[in-house]
Design a protein around this ligand. Structure first.
Ligand code: AP5
Length: 222
């Protein structure tokens, strides 16, 4: 039977492992990964008007205004590849207003995954995080170092990954979480993100497999 493309939302505090898990999910399920953080960082790197505005907020660990982010996400979600392959939304919605924007245009996921990691571990993960500007791959100095010297030499640190900024990002996250969860309570699956990346992925994998089964069944009943 043809597989109905999956629609997945992944959420969690800064450095809870969203980007890391998304890489693994995309590899297996071929979904289109839409990360608002990545889209915004690309705008900043391109030096667009959008990017200039967004940078001020991002560098201070605050949310970029809804209208900028929502337009970006909605236009990405309407592209053909998303309809064919399904989507994996990472870092959006991040406020009640953003969740409502999607509800209004009837965009809902099949599953809402929330990664849970204790605060003190999040700070260590942010401070040790490095990014490969060539491949976009995420590393960690201790937990997940790159395999070659060549990659190690070109890694960069995100400007918002200092201890102080992580604390304010975490604060912002906590202020918004409850209001967003209320929108997706029926689809919510909490996953303990304080385990190895492979173990976390295997739990997410089995959740996605069972959701995929249900999507196929529902389609056959139509
Ligand atoms: P965004 O890029 O979304 O940042 P974030 O939510 O803070 O999440 P991170 O990218 O920091 O972490 P992650 O959960 O992806 O973890 P990762 O896999 O890298 O947003 C950045 C900014 O953009 C926001 O602050 C805001 O200003 C703006 N923005 C974005 N979306 C917006 C929106 N919707 N509205 C308004 N503004 C928005 O892992 C972290 C580290 O831990 C890595 O080093 C990794 O190797 C390591 N690690 C991962 N998994 C494990 C594991 N299981 N064990 C050990 N180490 C691990």
């Amino acid at each position: 039977a043809a597989r109905e493309p999956l629609k997945v939302m992944i959420s969690g505090a800064p450095a809870s492992g969203k980007g890391t898990q998304c890489e693994m999910i995309v590899q297996k399920y071929g979904l289109v990964h839409i990360s608002t953080g990545d889209l915004l960082r690309a705008e900043v790197a391109a030096g667009s008007e959008f990017g200039k505005k967004a940078k001020e907020y991002m560098d201070n660990g605050r949310l970029v205004p809804d209208e900028i982010v929502t337009d970006m996400v909605v236009s990405r979600l309407s592209r053909q590849d998303v309809r064919e392959k399904g989507w994996l939304l990472d870092g959006y919605p991040r406020s009640f207003a953003q969740a409502q924007s999607l509800e209004k245009i009837k965009i809902r996921p099949d599953i809402y995954i929330m990664l849970e990691v204790p605060d003190e571990i999040l700070i260590d993960r942010c401070v040790g995080r490095r990014m490969d500007p060539v491949t976009g791959k995420i590393y960690h100095l201790k937990n997940f170092p790159p395999k070659t010297e060549e990659i190690a030499a070109r890694l960069i640190t995100r400007p918002d990954d200092t201890k102080e900024k992580v604390k304010s990002r975490l604060e912002t996250y906590k202020q918004n979480t409850e209001a967003i969860l209320a929108t997706y309570l029926d689809l919510l699956n909490k996953v303990d993100g304080n385990r190895s990346r492979e173990v976390v992925f295997s739990e997410i994998d089995s959740l996605l497999l069972s959701v995929q089964e249900n999507v196929i069944k529902a389609k056959n009943l139509d």
